[in-house]
Design a protein around this ligand. Sequence first.
Ligand SMILES: [Mn+2]
Length: 301
Amino acid sequence: MKIKLLGVPLDLGANRRGVDMGPSAIRSAGLSERLQNIGHEVIDMGDLTVIAPEVQTIEDPKLKYLPEITKTATQLANSVTELLSENDFPLVLGGDHSIAIGTVAGVAAFLKPQNKRVGVIWIDAHGDMNTPETTPSGNIHGMPFAVCLGKGVRELTQVAGNFQKVRPQDAVLVGARNLDAQEQRLIRESGITVFTMEDIDRRGIFEVMAEALEITNLHTEALHVSLDMDALDPQEAPGVGTAVRGGLTYREAHTAMEMIAASKQLGLLEVVEVNPILDIRNTTAEVAAELVESALGKRII
Ligand SMILES: [Mn+2]
């Protein structure tokens, strides 16, 4: 497979500096070499340009840094559409999770002219389903899943075209364990499928992922996996923007990725929220690189 790596050093969607260094940390963990070693061709396209928060002002406290995030999402969506139309596999490195607005819009815009849909597996401790009305923080990285489903401000929902990027019946949230009060209601009403950590405890990751893959592949042409590293337990991945105890173990995360690889449906992949400032000797970036390897076909034997 010809993989094109794209870094998005954006931290404007989060309230803490550090995730802007995520792409660099994941590269330092040897991502390209790892993928070449399992037989892929890897071309690093470098990073998109993002303007630092220090030289910007917050115009709307309910939608912090909206203009710059919209600009970055639009650029990223265009890049993703272009890579897909050249038959390349886009591998997007964040950055905070607001970048998913661009990634998902890019694949949806690519599929739309063919009347095809994208399936999304969102692996995350959080729901990322807030709107400007419900957000407790005004940080846009708490909103991207809602935006992908067509909920939120027009600037964001209309990135790469005025249409709903993902249908709720094609969308699954895996690993949730920390939802804001009003967000719980939005998620219940959204029509997506949610597998919380409780479901994973009860049923096991294998059964949960098998069902997640079945749902997201049913009516779609390609699968997008949006991996927020905070889905993992902080013991495995301490360097994340918003750590929550009780997450996926190292092996559960790998099993999920190995099943994604085995499904042969993956059309693109993104990894977000690695924060090197909070990390311990680049552990989280290394785990991120290992999980990408598994998702792209690395096998134990
Ligand atoms: Mn997230």
